[in-house]
Design a protein around this ligand. Structure first.
Ligand SMILES: Cc1cc2nc3c(=O)[nH]c(=O)nc-3n(C[C@H](O)[C@H](O)[C@H](O)COP(=O)(O)O)c2cc1C
Length: 232
């Protein structure tokens, strides 16, 4: 199999380091991730397992002018809550220990931002940052076509986690953004095959120390072509 030149020169972190370094990042530099690095991480993510190896994910990466346009449309939509129209219900209420976890996460996030619990305007501003992709220069949308449903959504979750860990291994931060699934109409132009949005991710150029260990050369060649489309 042909050896991937860019992979062979890359260095990687240990698995534990990758796990510990992954965290949701909500502020990014404008610098774009080099195209070959992007292709590497999506190639790695393609190794995610899926039921019957169906690989139900369809991935669109939006950058440049297309990203600017999408951000403007999403921000405008997010300022009009009546436009909320998610493919999946978002009205589930967390109870008991899950409610505690949710409360804790919100307290940590808004605490880090210096936004008081009662400061609804401040909280809304922080929420709206989602729709500017936290200034990340790229945003990846993970779709799946109908009639796929919950079972295939779990496969998409596997893909998403594999993608996020692959990004960490290349020094790229990310943040899963369920918020970007709330106005799917605005994302429809990125994909004629869009039916449902599984999850969405924004990701930036690395600011972290580069990886240290050589990539195993045996990796070269994903088991199937990556279903990723890039837009500008
Ligand atoms: C499916 C999913 C959707 C998420 N949606 C959002 C979101 O819309 N906005 C956001 O800021 N964080 C979002 N997050 C990030 C979580 O808040 C974060 O993963 C969690 O608080 C744990 O923190 P960590 O990722 O830094 O470990 C999402 C995470 C997942 C897995």
């Amino acid at each position: 199999m042909k050896k991937n030149a860019s992979l062979s020169v890359l260095e990687t972190l240990s698995f534990d380091e990758v796990l510990f370094r992954r965290r949701s990042v909500r502020g990014y530099l404008a610098d774009e991730v080099p195209a070959d690095v992007l292709r590497d991480v999506f190639g790695l993510a393609q190794r995610a397992p899926s039921n019957c190896n169906v690989q139900p994910w369809i991935v669109h990466v939006v950058s440049g002018d297309a990203r600017h346009d999408l951000r403007d449309k999403l921000l405008a939509a997010a300022r009009c809550p009546e436009k909320l129209n998610p493919d999946w219900p978002v009205d589930i209420r967390f109870e008991g220990v899950f409610r505690e976890h949710q409360f804790d996460a919100a307290a940590q996030l808004y605490g880090a931002l210096g936004v008081e619990r009662q400061d609804m305007a401040g909280r809304n501003d922080a929420y709206l940052r989602n729709f500017a992709f936290f200034d990340a220069p790229h945003v990846a949308f993970i779709f799946m076509p109908l009639p796929f449903d919950v079972r295939q959504a779990t496969d998409c979750g596997m893909y998403a986690q594999t993608l996020m860990l692959a990004m960490v291994s290349r020094g790229i931060d990310s943040c899963a953004q369920g918020a970007l699934t709330l106005y799917p109409a605005w994302c429809a132009n990125t994909s004629a095959s869009r039916r449902r949005i599984g999850c969405c991710w924004a990701f930036p150029l690395a600011t972290k120390t580069p990886a240290r260990r050589p990539m195993p050369p045996a990796w070269a060649g994903a088991r199937c072509p990556s279903a990723v489309q890039f837009h500008r």
